[in-house]
Design a protein around this ligand. Structure first.
Ligand code: DX5
Ligand code: ZN
Length: 216
């Protein structure tokens, strides 16, 4: 199955964002993954709005926006206006996630349901009817460079089992190593957020790495 390889732009070299984006696009990236953090839903801050505006405004490939914030419904219009092709929201972050997913679809944007490691498929089940993507966090959200939480594998299996029924694709976010990409890709996981585990800070060209990840 052809994978979606999604560089996590919070891990990119911001000393020359233009050059980074061009190199990642030339390497065959499918989607730029943009993490938004508010310091409350997650204890960290991601890229600033200016960075996001630049990426969404200059990207030649689609951008997804992963809203690791409280009350994401308040910002659906903002990121839809910036050009996000997919908006990932955490149902743990608000009271009425169905309304948020409806708003995302009303804006003509694909809706992604993002699940923290401690969130069960059962909790999210009603939302699966509205999900174009399910973003499974392989780590506690908010930081790169973390260790994979092994029991997430069980949730991935559950989501893959009912993928046909609801029609979503599964994407892994967090500690996507080359080995995990191969194993989970073979099981049916469609997308992988590439951060420090597979892509950035390796001292090798993005073209070389992406080629290897693509054929695995
Ligand atoms: C986690 C972030 C991801 C990812 C980074 O909140 O959304 O960008 O963890 O990749 P790794 O985990 O490989 O450094
Ligand atoms: Zn993310």
């Amino acid at each position: 199955m052809d994978k979606l390889l999604c560089p996590s732009m919070m891990c990119a070299d911001f000393s020359n964002l233009k050059r980074e984006m061009e190199a990642l696009e030339e390497a065959g990236s499918d989607i730029f993954h943009i993490d938004v953090m508010d310091g409350r839903f997650v204890p960290n801050f991601g890229m600033g709005l200016q960075d996001i505006e630049y990426i969404c405004g200059h990207a030649k490939i689609p951008c997804d926006v992963h809203l690791m914030i409280e009350q994401p419904i308040q910002y659906v219009d903002k990121f839809a206006d910036l050009g996000a092709s997919i908006l990932y929201v955490h149902p743990e972050s608000e009271c009425h996630p169905v309304r948020t997913l409806q708003k995302i679809h009303d804006r003509g944007v694909k809706a992604g349901v993002a699940l923290n490691p401690g969130t069960s498929v059962d909790f999210a089940q009603p939302l699966l009817h509205m999900a174009d993507y399910v973003l499974v966090m392989g780590v506690n959200p908010g930081f790169a460079g973390q260790v994979y939480i092994d029991f997430v594998d069980e949730k991935i299996e559950q989501l893959l089992d009912c993928r046909e029924k609801y029609g979503y694709e599964v994407v892994l976010d967090g500690a996507c190593s080359p080995e995990r990409i191969k194993t989970l890709g073979e099981k049916g996981v469609k997308g992988f957020v590439l951060g420090t585990s597979a892509l950035f800070g390796k001292g090798r060209s993005y073209v070389e790495i992406m080629e290897e990840l693509r054929i695995k």
